[in-house]
Design a protein around this ligand. Structure first.
Ligand SMILES: [Zn+2]
Length: 343
């Protein structure tokens, strides 16, 4: 094959495949990113996933992985313990899976292409997404915009429906009449962003938000000098007062869209719009139970959209978190808790 033929073939590859090829040629292939933690353990840069101790030694092999034993807590672990790769069979498919996931391919396409069943493809998706963290309040600075948006409660994919069916989004249960305004049958997502790319998207509650929901969603307080921009919602006023924050309110009903040229909530509203379109057009809606994972995925896409090596960045972002399996196993409990917040 001559150079021109090779070049032409390369140009026909997808963007992700091209990025993968470049990585291979440069010697940082996705496979090497997957074993990033092994090297970190060899170099004593990573800590024991159980006690965060730094003193451990090689302790045989576990299904082909290097096992280590911690001198502090005496527990053993491998490079994958706690991460989404922990206990995953068919690891040889992982790179291709991640590639297809990044391309936004459906579970049907992924399962037929890789020869894995759809349930496995679904479980892998949510194991991987369970690794994605959030920006916390204290990591934001300057002008911070915050606003809530709503998603109709959905049990998509849940075959053992234990709640009454729905029509046009309203409960058909006779004891539950349609409420005015914000319905408690909607999952409320709070989005908080700063102007440096900081982003927090959390499923906060069902129905109306209170100031505690806002505080919980960003986990840690916003820095003192933050200028908080929101709509006129009373909970935001309470939240700003509690946290002694300068607060600028923008009331769309009074046509207050921008104040002093810089204070507005247009970034956060644009995120709401893009998020809804992405969820509707890519997945035809998602189950409330897994909504938080999709918020993490959306946030990651926003981060990676200008990256030249999105697959490697994707792997790096998801591999380092050793609380992933805990979070994945907690999805059901988190969902049950959310349903108790129906107001
Ligand atoms: Zn330990």
């Amino acid at each position: 094959m001559d150079y021109q033929t090779i070049l032409l073939s390369i140009k026909m590859l997808s963007k992700n495949e091209q990025a993968r090829l470049i990585s291979e040629l440069l010697g940082h292939s996705p496979t090497s990113y997957l074993s990033i933690r092994r090297q970190q353990f060899y170099d004593k840069q990573a800590s024991c996933p159980w006690c965060e101790g730094k003193h451990y030694y090689k302790f045989g092999k576990d299904k082909g992985c290097q096992r280590f034993k911690c001198k502090s807590c005496l527990r053993t672990f491998t490079e994958y313990t706690g991460t989404w790769l922990d206990g995953l069979h068919k690891k040889s498919h992982v790179v291709e899976y991640l590639e297809l996931m990044l391309e936004g391919k459906s579970l049907d396409k992924i399962s037929s292409k890789l020869g894995i069943n759809k349930k496995t493809a679904f479980d892998w998706r949510h194991k991987i997404l369970s690794s994605l963290g959030q920006d916390k309040g204290n990591e934001m600075r300057g002008i911070v915009e915050s606003d809530e948006t709503f998603f109709e409660e959905s049990e998509k994919g849940n075959r053992s429906l234990n709640r009454p069916g729905r029509k046009r989004g309203f409960s058909t249960s006779p004891d539950k009449k349609r409420k005015r305004g914000v319905s408690s049958s909607k999952a409320t997502v709070i989005a908080t962003v700063d102007r440096q790319g900081g982003m927090n998207l959390s499923v906060a509650t069902m129905g109306r938000i209170g100031k505690d929901d806002i505080a919980c969603s960003i986990a840690t307080p916003l820095p003192e000098k933050t200028i908080l921009c929101t709509d006129g919602h009373v909970s935001y006023k309470g939240f700003a007062l509690d946290n002694k924050l300068e607060h600028v309110t923008l009331r769309a009903d009074l046509k207050q869209h921008v104040k002093h040229g810089v204070y507005h909530i247009q970034n956060v509203n644009s995120i709401h719009n893009r998020l809804k379109k992405w969820i509707d057009n890519t997945f035809w809606g998602v189950s409330t139970k897994y909504l938080q994972n999709y918020l993490g995925w959306f946030r990651l896409n926003e981060r990676l959209k200008d990256s030249a090596s999105s697959l490697n960045d994707f792997i790096s972002q998801t591999m380092q978190d050793t609380d992933t399996l805990k979070r994945y196993n907690y999805i059901n409990i988190a969902h049950q808790w959310l349903l108790t917040t129906h107001k």
